[in-house]
Write a new protein. Structure first.
Length: 108
């Protein structure tokens, strides 16, 4: 199974959803969703629809920024890695500006 398909499944499970729940969220039957999650090769528009149904966002992350993004996403303490004790809630949310502070050309 590809890394992306594993992420879709993990996200669905974290939200406490069953495959059959995807019918109401994205209009896809359990069988269709199961096929996609296990061995699918979804089109981009299908991935965007599923991401929306999983309260998520698709994005391309530059390879050199991947570790920084993973660290932020995996941080359980509610703080942004590499910043002095600034709670995530005190800055723009990741959904508002996913690149804030990650790219060199950010204006300060």
């Amino acid at each position: 199974m590809s890394a992306l398909l594993k992420q879709l499944k993990q996200r669905r499970l974290r939200l406490g959803l069953k495959q059959k729940d995807m019918l109401l969220r994205v209009g896809m039957s359990r069988q269709q969703y199961n096929r996609l999650e296990t061995k699918g090769n979804p089109r981009l528009d299908t991935l965007e629809l599923i991401a929306k149904g999983l309260n998520s966002e698709l994005m391309l992350i530059p390879q050199e920024k991947l570790n920084a993004v993973r660290e932020i996403l995996e941080n359980d303490k509610g703080f942004v890695a590499g910043q002095p004790a600034v709670k995530i809630q005190e800055i723009n949310t990741f959904a508002d500006d996913p690149w804030k502070g990650l790219l060199e050309d950010d204006e300060q």
